[in-house]
Ligand binder design. Structure first.
Ligand code: PGA
Length: 247
């Protein structure tokens, strides 16, 4: 099996004023001795440039939570991947379920945004995951496979793409799938990516997301084909985020 470097990425969602820089600074200093795990925080667009400047040479990268598919133009209120690269971001989360739900993003939209991230030289962190109803109906695996097929563009490589499996019902709820359920989905995603992208698919990192916290991270990260986590609520505090990174 190819060695995939662990990644723990924090998604701050619509949280954090400028004063949250103190928390990010605490993450930077606390992460100085973490060697076996890549770290990233995706704050609001407004904080990306400031955080990225502070993070230069440090162990925590800065990402963004979304982008427009186009590089520039008449799209009021939107932010392009090029702007995020210019601000110092190194990755963009695309297709988070909150964007799929709140903004009607389809697999087609998500795919275009992933391509936009690459165009700007950034990594795309592509999110997939079933709703509770879909899981109860026994469709979790087929939904995830369909989302991966539709959201991951041709040209995905181990370097430019990370996949995050985030069951919608586990996000912000304190509930997580069983370890067996996480393993089933991650094994299937890995097989699907290897079948489509060969060696690149072999090296593509697969994050689990949804109520990851210091108390459950070690068990989840020990699952084969889980290469780290996408963390929401528990990434807002340096202490919790660093504890997850050390898990
Ligand atoms: P959570 O969110 O860790 O707060 O459940 C995860 C996410 O939505 O990325």
């Amino acid at each position: 099996m190819t060695q995939r470097r662990r990644l723990v990425a924090g998604n701050w969602k619509m949280n954090g004023l400028r004063a949250a820089r103190a928390e990010f600074d605490a993450m930077l200093s606390g992460a100085a001795d973490i060697a076996d795990c890549e770290l990233m925080i995706a704050p609001s667009f407004l904080l990306v440039a400031d955080f990225a400047a502070a993070a230069k040479g440090g162990k925590v990268a800065v990402g963004a939570q979304d982008c427009h598919a186009k590089a520039s133009g008449a799209h009021t209120g939107d932010v392009s991947a090029e702007m995020l690269a210019d601000a110092g971001a190194s990755a963009i989360i695309v297709g988070h379920s909150e964007r799929r739900t709140d903004h009607g993003e389809t697999d087609e939209t998500v795919k275009a945004k992933a391509e936009a991230a690459w165009r700007a030289g950034l990594t795309a962190i592509i999110c997939v995951g079933e709703t509770e109803g879909e899981r109860d109906a026994g469709q979790a695996l087929s939904v995830v496979e369909r989302q991966i097929a539709g959201s991951v563009p041709e040209g995905a490589t181990a370097a430019n793409t990370v996949i995050a499996y985030e069951p919608v019902w586990a996000i912000g709820t304190g509930r997580t799938p069983t370890i067996a359920d996480i393993k089933e989905i991650h094994d299937a995603m890995h097989a699907q990516l290897v079948a489509r992208f060969g060696g690149e698919g072999e090296g593509m990192r697969l994050l689990y997301g949804g109520s990851v916290k210091p108390g459950n991270a070690a068990e989840i990260f020990a699952v084969e084909n889980v290469d780290g986590g996408l963390v929401g609520g528990a990434s807002l505090k340096a202490e919790d985020f660093l504890a997850i990174a050390r898990a």
